[in-house]
Design a binder for this molecule. Structure first.
Ligand SMILES: [Zn+2]
Ligand SMILES: [Zn+2]
Ligand SMILES: [Zn+2]
Length: 383
């Protein structure tokens, strides 16, 4: 059992206070601005969370746990087997141009419509127009394609995806992005939302809004609310998290960058956020680490909990909970946790005595350490 689970139940007031403190820290001038907001768009060469291939000038993104794109990672495996050093390989590898990611391709004609046909890079409407153009002009071939594209008018978009967490654009009047529309069909259309037959001829052609037929509006809305974000390279979507949990992720990611003892891949951060959203976690402070499925997620949760503990609990709180937070007393051990667990001592009086007389706490009282940044920020936050 961790000390965190011994703490009193967090009530709404505590959560609100913690959110205020974290919000003040996240809005502070030292905080990394790319970690603010609901969707974090991380630059490819971010110092803590880089995702571009490490080969100089290669424009492709990293693959799996490698620091290289899939092509360079495979070349490197072969080169390493032949006995080449990493430095030699990095110097000699040829950079590659950016690979188009099929999910983010937009129609070549409509700036607000995602591509439906990836070979032609056209939305459904323009794909159909191109097919009828080919039918009408029996001799027309792909050579004419560029001219035909130049003559086309863009169609208006369908707005943002209706899935609450999603920031992608919808692919049809149903209002879902490609990924969520496929998911909706896979789930058997909960709520029965569907488009009228021939909606283009009946509505779009005349500039009319396409109505959605729905057997159960509430069922469709509930499905939209429950969706997880679409995974995108270089993006962490925290929209589905409760406000306190989102702030804890942002603050945890920021502090991780200051320590940077282990690599956190962005896909790991996203999948941990997904797990928390699925389980409706309110705060990392109440989360049992052992209940988290993957090992790398467990280590991330532990690191974030440790960072939060220093701000959430005063020294006297930690005595009540049965542990010493050495950084409260200005003591930091290199490569060691600042958390000293005393919960193995069952008698409260003995635990308190040890807490009060531990060398760390005594040294602090003698030195009267300066209050930490956390303490001063918490003091400034409105009650
Ligand atoms: Zn590469
Ligand atoms: Zn189009
Ligand atoms: Zn979506």
């Amino acid at each position: 059992m961790t000390a965190l689970s011994l703490l009193p139940q967090q009530d709404a007031r505590t959560r609100r206070d913690r959110l205020e403190v974290l919000t003040a820290l996240i809005n502070g001038p030292e905080f990394d601005a790319v970690l603010r907001g609901g969707v974090l768009n991380i630059p490819p060469t971010h110092p803590v969370y880089p995702w571009s291939c490490v080969i100089p000038d290669c424009e492709r993104s990293r693959w799996k746990h490698y620091a290289m794109c899939s092509v360079h990672a495979e070349q490197w495996q072969e080169a390493e087997a032949r006995g080449m050093s990493r430095a030699q390989f990095l110097r000699g590898a040829e950079p590659l141009p950016r690979a188009q990611e099929p999910e983010v391709m937009m129609c070549r004609i409509c700036p607000e419509r995602p591509a439906f046909n990836l070979r032609l890079v056209l939305c459904l409407r323009h794909r159909n127009r191109w097919l009828s153009h080919l039918k009408r002009n029996a001799g027309a071939g792909e050579a004419e394609y560029e001219q035909w594209v130049a003559d086309q008018q863009p169609c208006p978009g369908y707005g943002e995806c209706r899935a609450d967490v999603c920031d992608e654009l919808a692919v049809s009047p149903l209002g879902l992005c490609g990924s969520h529309e496929r998911g909706y069909l896979r789930d058997g259309r909960p709520g029965g939302a569907r488009l009228p037959k021939n909606y283009f001829a009946g509505f779009e052609r005349h500039g009319r809004v396409v109505p959605i037929d729905c057997d159960d509006q509430a069922g469709f809305r509930a499905w939209c609310r429950a969706q997880l974000p679409v995974h995108r390279t270089g993006t962490v979507n925290l929209r589905g998290l409760r406000p306190l949990l989102r702030a804890e992720f942002q603050w945890g990611m920021y502090l991780h960058g200051l320590r940077s003892v282990a690599v956190w891949h962005l896909t790991w951060v996203q999948s941990l956020a997904d797990e928390c959203q699925r389980r409706d976690v309110a705060s990392l402070a109440g989360l049992e680490v052992s209940a988290v499925r993957r090992h790398y997620h467990q280590r991330m949760v532990q690191e974030m909990q440790e960072a939060l503990r220093k701000g959430y609990f005063t020294p006297s709180d930690t005595r009540d909970a049965g542990y010493i937070e050495t950084e409260h007393f200005g003591v930091r051990f290199p490569n060691r946790s600042s958390y000293v667990d005393l919960t193995c001592i069952s008698q409260r009086w003995l635990r308190d005595l040890l807490w009060t007389t531990s060398p760390t706490c005594c040294a602090h009282r003698r030195a009267r350490a300066v209050p930490s940044r956390w303490t001063s920020c918490a003091a400034r936050a409105p009650s």
